[in-house]
Each structure stands twice: as structure tokens, then as C-alpha cells.
Write a protein that binds this ligand. Structure first.
Ligand code: ZN
Length: 562
């Protein structure tokens, strides 16, 4: 070792630098990012020292050679840092390299990739386009560069318009990688909420299925939980939780923006005194106009924040597309953390890879708070009250208030008894509907009760015996579904009962059209008709060929837009 150092010291500066450079390059090619960053850093310091010693006038050739080497080293260190997702430092290296040579192809390419990863699509596009102009042949990387340009254009477009389309992926049976979605923030703002602390509010009317926001997780962790209760499952969950916390910490430490935004989330205390962050902080491209301070978050605060804001993928108000197996996933998504619970929610989540899409599950009026269900709201008041206790809050939503005022009514009591004892569901529904018809319960409130007693409705409509016996005495399925959607938004379970009926009995063209419209409230406006139909029919047995029922087909031109 000592001998080696001596040898190094004896070598001329130039040879030493040459050796360092080849070592760094070798490490880079071996994809040993961490080590190569170290080697480049030493080289860069040496190089900078040499430059400051070299006289501009007396040795211009040497100076230009040194500056070229420095530029390339900075560019290569940027690449290694980019691979380690150390975007801020990587970007700084690119800036420094471009200061030396503003037309350095490799650096422009690397800078574009970093900006793309930071969701700054239009700036990234600028870098790639500049690189293409500089070297139209791109060192044989033309195809790759064009790929990046197309990707930036697409992501820039969807992040401005919210017009996502994953039809091809659905139609291909979710084969291949999950589509890369890009970030989108719709017409929403953060405001003080009457429900609790802060909430997300619409600033414009939002159509059913339109996207409220699309955002990538700060971190996610997934595992297959062992079947059954007990230590095995608990241990697996603990390990998963620990990995998840590590990943969140890692993401936060690498990106000041992420760190700053995590610190804005609720830690479950003094909800009403929390600052209201500006929505623009959560939009792509914000870094261009905003400098995020280097703060540090303490471990306890991160734990409390994760405790309050982490979302699981398999919640009732969520749907995961394209996942195979029994994966259990947890993640932290920043903006969705501001969405409060309501038993009469107007939004749902759709998970695609690490992205979450929040979509309107029914029409949302301008100024209305965006809410989704933290627990199953197709359940009676008493059960919901039990569930909110586990969540640690008291729900004061309109539906809870209304049902609380009505719960002592004998008619409602009677229905509960019928259901608890497992008596005739058809009869219970008949009585509920009769009671409501007498004019005591109107409009949306009917939907509240129907949602509370959904279990009975679902059993009744799926039992041929009940349908035969009660037929016209209980409401028809289609208007029932519409009233439920008006009260609690579209729900996959409700929709599946409807689709099953259409599949079995054969629905008319109009009925299927309406079902597909309702499907937008579950799967969002991210697929065209044919793909939507596939999603609706997932898990439903198709009628056999000799069966009477055949579903209406769409003609070619009807199949595109929803
Ligand atoms: Zn409620």
C-alpha cells in the first residue's frame, strides 16, 4: 500500500490524472456508480487545480485540453449521479459542464434525462431537441434520442390536459411494463376544510370520470402477505413497513422538493392550525420557479406523517390495474394525502404502477371538496361508526348527519332487524322502498339508505328466486344503480351486479352504453370504449354460444371516444 502511494507521488501530475480518468471511466462502464463518482470527484478537483495554475496566454492549448477533460468528467459524474437518482447533484454537474461547453452533446442528453425524471417535461424536451440539432446523427443514438423526444412531448401534453389513455395496455391484457403516465394536477386547490384540517377542492365543475390528479408515489413497497392471520403475516407486514420507511427517507434525502412537500403533510396533530400550501408547489415544472430549502425532517415526524398519510392499494375506493398475484402494496402520494374522507364521496383512486390517478366518481361542482372513502361506505351507519373509530376520527358528513337523525325511526329499525336475522331481503327492500315512497325520504337521501343497505340489494338482485318473487315490487336495477351513484359515486361492486345482469339477460345497446358511462366513474376517462368494456367484463362469465343472451357489439366508429 505504502509502496503504491509512493509510486503515485513519483508520477507526474499528468500521468496521475490520466490513470485516475481511466479508472473512473472503467468504474462507470462497470456500472459501479458510487465508486466512479468518487474517482471522478478526485479527478475533477485535480483538474480544477491544474486549470487555475495554467496561464491563459502562455499555454492556451493545455488549458483548452484541461477544460475539455473537466467538462467530460463532470458530464460522466452527472450520469453516475443520475443513475443513483441523485438528481439535484447530477443537475448541478450538468450545469457546470455546460458552462464550459454549452454544446456538449452527452451533457445535454444527461440533463434532459434528469429533467424528465423530475417531471419537467418541456425543459427536458428543450435539451433533447438542442442535442439533436447539434448532432443530427447523435453518435448512432438517434433512435434513443427520438424516443426521449416523443416521450417528453407525450408527457408534456398529458400533464397539461389530463388526457391520459391506457387503452392499448388494457387491450393487450396488461402485458409489458405499466405505462409511464406523467404528472397532472387538475382544477383543484388546497383550502381549509370543514371536514378536517385541510382538504382538496375543485375550482371548476368536474365531469364523471375526469381526472382530478395523477401523481407518482414518493415511495411504494409491495409484498405478498402470507395467507392467514398470525406471526407470519405480521412479520411480513413489519418488514414491509420498515422497507417502506427507508425508501421514503431515501427519496426525501435526495430531493429537497420532495422533502419540503413531505414536511407540509399532516402529522395528525393541530390539524386546524396547519399552513395551507399553494397547489402550484405540487405541479410539474415548479422547480423552475421555486427554490426549495435544504431542510431536515426528524425521524419521529416522518413516522407520524407516514402513519397518517400512507395509502394501501387494495382499499375499497381504489382499483389496481394490471397487477398480478396477491400483492399487498403501500405507498405515499403527496397531493392525495390532502383528500379527506366522506361517506358520500365524489372521487376514487386508480393505481397504475407507482402512479395514482384520482378521478371523479360522480359529477363534482365547482367549490366542492374532493373526498374519497377511507373505508367501505356501502355499509350501514352503525358499521361505519365502528370503522371510523379504528381510523381515529368522527365522520360529520352530510350522509352521517342525515342517517343519525333518522336512525331511531321504527321503519329503519325494522329493516335493520330483518337484515341482521337474515330474513327475506326482498321483503326488507320492499319495506324500505315503501317507507321512502311515503315522501319522508327524497332524492339523494334515498341513495344514502340504499347504500347503507346495499348488502340486501346486492343479494336480492343476484338471486333469481328473489327477483321472481318480488319483481316489480322492488326498484329496477338500472335506476337503483343511478341513485347509488348519485349518493356515493360509482362503485365497482354495484357496476358488476349491473353488468352481470346485462350479460345474463342480454341488455339493449342503450343499457350497455349507460353502463359504460358509469364505468368511467370507476376506471376514469383513461380508456376508450372497447378497453372500458374489457374492464367492466373482467371477472364476469361470458354467456355461452348456445345461450340466448348476446351482448350488443359496437361498430368500428363507435368504439373510440367516451
Ligand atoms: Zn360519514
Amino acid at each position: 500500500m505504502i509502496k503504491k502511494e509512493q509510486q503515485l507521488a513519483e508520477m507526474g501530475e499528468e500521468t496521475k490524472m490520466q490513470q485516475l480518468r481511466s479508472k473512473a471511466t472503467e468504474l462507470l462502464l462497470r456500472e459501479d456508480w458510487r465508486e466512479s463518482i468518487q474517482a471522478y470527484s478526485t479527478f475533477i478537483s485535480l483538474c480544477q487545480a491544474q486549470i487555475s495554475k495554467t496561464h491563459r496566454e502562455s499555454d492556451p492549448d493545455n488549458l483548452s485540453k484541461l477544460r475539455k477533460s473537466l467538462c467530460l468528467a463532470l458530464s460522466n459524474r452527472a450520469e453516475a449521479r443520475f443513475r443513483l437518482k441523485e438528481f439535484r447533484d447530477a443537475l448541478k454537474d450538468c450545469e457546470d459542464a455546460l458552462q464550459i461547453d454549452g454544446t456538449h452533446f452527452k451533457t445535454l442528453l444527461c440533463k434532459g434525462k434528469i429533467l424528465l425524471s423530475l417531471n419537467r417535461y418541456s425543459l427536458a424536451l428543450g435539451c433533447f431537441r438542442e442535442a439533436l440539432v447539434l448532432d443530427p446523427q447523435c453518435n448512432g443514438n438517434l433512435e434513443m434520442l427520438n424516443g426521449f423526444i416523443d416521450k417528453c412531448k407525450k408527457l408534456d401534453y398529458v400533464s397539461r390536459t389530463g388526457n391520459f389513455d391506457v387503452s392499448d395496455w388494457v387491450l393487450s391484457g396488461f402485458s409489458g411494463k405499466c405505462p409511464d403516465l406523467g404528472e397532472f394536477v387538475g382544477t383543484v386547490e388546497i383550502k381549509r376544510s370543514e371536514i378536517s384540517g385541510r382538504g382538496l377542492f375543485s375550482t371548476k365543475n368536474i365531469d364523471v370520470g375526469a381526472l382530478v390528479l395523477v401523481t407518482k408515489a414518493v415511495a411504494t413497497e409491495r409484498c405478498i402477505l402470507p395467507k392467514g392471520e398470525g406471526d407470519l403475516g405480521e412479520n411480513a407486514q413489519l418488514v414491509m413497513w420498515k422497507n417502506f420507511i427507508d425508501k421514503v427517507n431515501e427519496s426525501a434525502s435526495k430531493c429537497p422538493k420532495t422533502q419540503h412537500l413531505i414536511s407540509k403533510l399532516s402529522a395528525g396533530e393541530n390539524e386546524d392550525d396547519l399552513e395551507i400550501p399553494d397547489i402550484s408547489l405540487f405541479k410539474p415544472e415548479t422547480e423552475a420557479t421555486h427554490v426549495f430549502p435544504n431542510e431536515s425532517l426528524d425521524v419521529d415526524k416522518i413516522l407520524s406523517i407516514l402513519d397518517v398519510n400512507s395509502l394501501v392499494e387494495d382499499a375499497v375506493s381504489a382499483k389496481v390495474l394490471g397487477r398480478d398475484g396477491d400483492f399487498y402494496g403501500v405507498g405515499l402520494w403527496l397531493l392525495p394525502s390532502f383528500i379527506n374522507h366522506s361517506c358520500s364521496p365524489n372521487a376514487r383512486r386508480l393505481h397504475i404502477g407507482d402512479y395514482v390517478i384520482v378521478l371523479a366518481s360522480r359529477e363534482v361542482k365547482a367549490g366542492e371538496e374532493i373526498t374519497f372513502a377511507y373505508y367501505d361506505v356501502l355499509s350501514p351507519l352503525s358499521k361505519r361508526k365502528d370503522m371510523e373509530k379504528t381510523w381515529g376520527f368522527y365522520c360529520k358528513c352530510k350522509r352521517c348527519k342525515y342517517e343519525e337523525g333518522m336512525q331511531s325511526k321504527p321503519e329503519i329499525e325494522e329493516i335493520k332487524v330483518v337484515l341482521e336475522r337474515g330474513l327475506d331481503v326482498g321483503c326488507a327492500i320492499f319495506r324500505l322502498e315503501e317507507y321512502m315512497k311515503r315522501g319522508v325520504v327524497r332524492g339523494k337521501e334515498k341513495g344514502y339508505f340504499r347504500a347503507s343497505f346495499w348488502k340486501a340489494f346486492s343479494e336480492a338482485y343476484q338471486s333469481e328466486k328473489t327477483v321472481r318473487r318480488w319483481g316489480r315490487k322492488i326498484p329496477a336495477l338500472e335506476p337503483l344503480v343511478e341513485s347509488l351513484v348519485e349518493a356515493v359515486g360509482s362503485d365497482e361492486r354495484v357496476l358488476k351486479v349491473l353488468i352481470r345482469k346485462l350479460t345474463k339477460c342480454g341488455g339493449g345497446f342503450g343499457e350497455m352504453e349507460r353502463a359504460i358511462k358509469l364505468g368511467r366513474g370507476v376506471y376514469g376517462k383513461v380508456v376508450k370504449k372497447q378497453a372500458m368494456r374489457i374492464l367492466l367484463e373482467l371477472g364476469i362469465e361470458k354467456p355461452t354460444l348456445n345461450g340466448l343472451a348476446m351482448l350488443p357489439k359496437f361498430s368500428q366508429n363507435e368504439s373510440d371516444q367516451l
